[in-house]
Design a protein around this ligand. Structure first.
Ligand code: UFG
Length: 332
């Protein structure tokens, strides 16, 4: 079966491409390499292109002939979205519309969409179930909420079009053989920043906000291993191919860790004590995001294999050590 993966050279996309490839899917990757890397595409055909380039996109869809699309290509940094909302509405909303138009033109009717816990914003009840109202507090979350609404309306207007929207909580970790992992030029994510600080790539770690209404005053997140998230995509795809209706699923382990807890776990695993500074809160950060993952476990029979913060951090740490080795080799 042929699957086109937008953003397949990025962090999450490349892990899903690996999972698809390992299971024998025929993969096409469409990526503009703005944040992704061609070396991270372990399987399939690579097509360089931007979602804003309708001609190129249509040409690729027409020649590759996918039966389904997985759509990862997007901007994903909450704090950046607060500073530059138009970038987020353009890359995440307009480009999703471009993709849907091209799919429609060539009769591609199934989509797995990368959504986010950020759509919930200030959730009324923790853990968060999918039926809680979307209430995003940053442009990134709004852009994903808008995209989800577009998908919903399209599936109502055209009953043949079906999608699964996966709302990711905080994704971390790397491939077990360290072939791929997070490789952003400017990493902003908590675990990556902490590990790179342990490696000496930053002088200190900053905690954004210590007066939240949580046990230790710092934000709480639900961390999920990227390979478990990849499995959720494969299950979502099978569900659609077997005739499942459009649906939305949370992807998380239903367990939250505070920023302080994550940093101390990183110190314990790396055995490196690095300086940590407490600074003002970051704009747009919801205090607590923890998934209720009952629905995906029941509906898709999702059964995570790396359900532990320790496993996630160890896997990310192995990747950071390898990535540093490669970078040092190339640079010297
Ligand atoms: N944090 C720090 N210091 C850092 C980095 C992060 O204190 O150096 C804090 C943040 O303020 C936040 C928490 O750690 O409270 C997690 O921050 P991340 O940047 O790692 O992740 P976010 O929760 O902001 O966002 C990530 C993805 C989004 C996704 C969201 C879902 O980037 O795409 O998880 O929860 F929507």
């Amino acid at each position: 079966m042929k699957v086109l993966v937008t953003g397949g050279a990025g962090y999450i996309g490349s892990h899903v491409v690996k999972a698809l490839g390992e299971r024998g899917y025929d993969v096409g990757v469409y990526d503009n390499l703005s944040t992704g890397n061609k070396w991270a595409v372990l399987y399939g055909d690579f097509y360089h292109g931007d979602l804003n380039d309708a001609k190129r996109l249509e040409e690729v869809i027409e020649s590759f002939k996918p039966e389904a699309v997985m759509h990862f290509a997007a901007s994903i940094i909450v704090s950046e979205s607060v500073r530059d909302p138009l970038k987020y509405y353009f890359n995440n909303v307009s480009n999703t519309i471009n993709l849907l138009k091209a799919m429609n033109r060539f009769n591609v009717k199934k989509l797995i969409f990368s959504s986010t816990a950020a759509v919930y914003g200030l959730a009324k009840k923790i853990p968060i179930t999918e039926d809680q109202p979307m209430n995003p507090i940053n442009p990134y979350g709004v852009s994903k909420m808008m995209s989800e609404m577009i998908l919903r309306d399209l599936s109502i207007a055209n009953s043949e079009f079906r999608y699964v929207s996966l709302r990711y909580f905080n994704v971390a970790g790397a491939d077990e053989y360290c072939r791929i992992g997070q490789a952003y030029k400017e990493p902003t994510h908590l675990i990556t920043r902490a590990l790179k600080t342990a490696l000496g790539q930053y002088k200190k770690m900053q905690i954004y906000g210590t007066n939240y209404n949580t046990a230790d005053g710092t934000c709480i997140r639900d961390f999920i291993h990227v390979d478990d998230l990849s499995d959720a995509h494969i299950l979502g795809l099978k569900y659609l191919m077997e005739g499942g209706d459009s649906n939305v699923f949370n992807c998380g382990y239903s367990k939250g860790y505070s920023v302080r807890e994550v940093i101390s776990k990183v110190k314990e695993i790396t055995k490196i004590d690095f300086p940590v500074e407490e600074v003002a809160p970051r704009d747009g950060d919801p205090p607590v995001l923890i998934a209720d993952s009952t629905k995906i476990r029941d509906f898709l029979k999702w059964s995570p294999k790396f359900n532990s913060l320790e496993l996630i951090i160890k896997s990310a740490w192995r990747w950071e050590l390898k990535f540093k080795e490669i970078k040092d080799f190339i640079e010297n």
